[in-house]
Design a protein around this ligand. Structure first.
Ligand SMILES: [Zn+2]
Length: 143
């Protein structure tokens, strides 16, 4: 999946179905962070595929724990929730192919994965358009 879908769809849900008031900019960054980490790791030869350690559920939990540990009391909970929402929505939107969700606790066959998949099929374009529309709604609804 491409960035517009990740950011747009995640922000739309973060804005409308929030348990706490989520910082939207941080949520947007967390929603693309798995790709910003794993794809460069793959290109540098440090990961077997472009969906590696940042495409696990543990990554979101680690991000949330770091937010709780390193940010001031007033912002730590909203940032931790934003980390979970952003990174887990990323995983949900990437489920068009197998992900190493529970790696390394559950083994995963990385050899079945393509390296850097940048496909522009109909489904990808449709999700990008949905993401663009969702992002547009979030921006237009902003105060
Ligand atoms: Zn991804």
């Amino acid at each position: 999946m491409l960035p517009l879908a990740h950011v747009g769809i995640t922000l739309f849900f973060a804005k409308h179905f929030k348990p706490v008031h989520l910082p939207l900019l941080a949520t947007a960054v967390f929603s693309v962070l798995p790709d910003l980490i794993d794809k460069p790791l793959y290109l540098l030869g440090m990961a077997p595929t472009s969906r590696f350690i940042a495409h696990t559920v543990w990554f979101g939990i680690a991000l949330a724990l770091m937010c709780i540990a390193f940010f001031p009391r007033q912002t730590r909970v909203p940032l931790a929730v934003a980390a979970l929402v952003g990174s887990w929505f990323h995983l949900a939107l990437d489920l068009n192919s197998p992900l190493p969700l529970f790696f390394p606790l559950v083994s995963f066959d990385f050899t079945s994965q393509v390296g850097l998949s940048l496909s522009f099929d109909a489904a990808t374009i449709m999700f990008e358009l949905i993401g663009f529309c969702a992002l547009l709604l979030v921006v237009l609804e902003s105060d």
